[in-house]
Design a protein around this ligand. Structure first.
Ligand SMILES: [Zn+2]
Length: 312
């Protein structure tokens, strides 16, 4: 562990133990009878990743490297192995004439029954960084998805998946889905692309005024429809739509599921409709809705359970 990472882990500890606001937030959260992950940890990881110390996690910055190290440290704690010899998948690309280096973080959990078939569960850790002196913390977008990856890892410790699972923390989503595209184009090195049977992508899952979370993709990949029929938590709605069939904004290519879709790999994308803090410096931890968020992660894990039972 380098010094910066130690400082960050220490910051997480301080936030968890001393910050009255964060403790209050986790205490407000409903504790489900069969909670599959620690809700306080779920919130704490969002708080750390969206803290000013990480300066908005813009691809290629020193702060982005800190976020990357934090994610790897959590995967190690949660006993998730690296997909290849390293957790890191480096890539370079150009955006608006500027060259960037990006790093995806990829972990693997071996499947108990169908180890040669892979489900990729993804979120992106990069965000907008600092613009005009303001930090764009990206708590909802997409620290919420990254922390949900850790919740999945926690869940898998007690409930090993039947299919193998790749937990993917993609970089450079905000610069044009660069990390996920690189992953899909180069995955043959680790896993034959024909063995990737599904992508579950999570991007912006921690707040909604109407308690609505959308699941996108089943309008096109209709074989996935039955997996969405689950018992939902109280005051929580899982809606289908935004798949380009209902006159609403089309989200089929809106986030890191798009490169999978392009290769005709089935996907389900979970996300909520835009809010007033979307891509604003005010997308802060204080503005997420802890109860909604916990229910969202719980629900996505329920859908995963159904999908994992299918012959994908
Ligand atoms: Zn996003």
């Amino acid at each position: 562990m380098n010094i910066k990472l130690i400082a960050l882990v220490f910051l997480a500890f301080v936030l968890a133990s001393c910050n009255g606001q964060s403790t209050d937030k986790s205490e407000e959260v409903i504790d489900f009878e069969q909670t599959r992950f620690n809700t306080a940890s779920l919130l704490q990881h969002v708080e750390v990743l969206s803290s000013d110390a990480l300066e908005g996690r813009r691809t290629g910055t020193a702060s982005s490297l800190k976020a990357k190290d934090y994610i790897i440290a959590q995967l190690k704690i949660l006993q998730v192995k690296p997909l290849t010899e390293s957790y890191e998948q480096q890539f370079s690309f150009k955006n608006k004439e500027k060259s960037y280096q990006g790093i995806n973080v990829l972990g693997k959990i071996e499947g108990s029954e169908r180890p040669d078939k892979y489900i990729v569960i993804s979120a992106h850790y990069d965000h907008e960084g600092i613009k005009n002196g303001k930090i764009y913390n990206g708590a909802d977008d997409d620290a919420s998805g990254i922390s949900a990856l850790f919740a999945f890892a926690e869940y898998f410790q007690k409930n090993p998946p039947k299919h193998s699972v790749i937990l993917a923390a993609f970089d450079a989503e905000e610069l044009g889905l660069q990390g996920s595209r690189y992953f899909v184009d180069n995955v043959d090195v680790a896993v034959g692309i024909e063995n990737i049977v599904l992508n579950i992508n999570m991007d912006m899952i921690s707040r909604n005024e109407k308690d609505e979370l959308y699941v996108v993709g089943s309008g096109h990949y209709i074989q996935l429809k039955s997996a969405i029929n689950i018992e939902l938590p109280e005051n929580f709605n899982l809606l289908t739509g935004h798949d380009g069939l209902d006159g609403k904004q089309n989200w089929m290519n809106s986030s890191d599921h798009a490169p999978f879709h392009k290769k005709e790999i089935p996907f389900l994308y979970f996300g909520e409709e835009d809010h007033k803090d979307y891509h604003q410096p005010s997308d802060d931890f204080e503005n997420i809705h802890p109860n909604f968020y916990v229910k969202a992660v719980y629900t996505i894990i329920s859908v995963f359970e159904n999908l994992d039972k299918m012959n994908l």
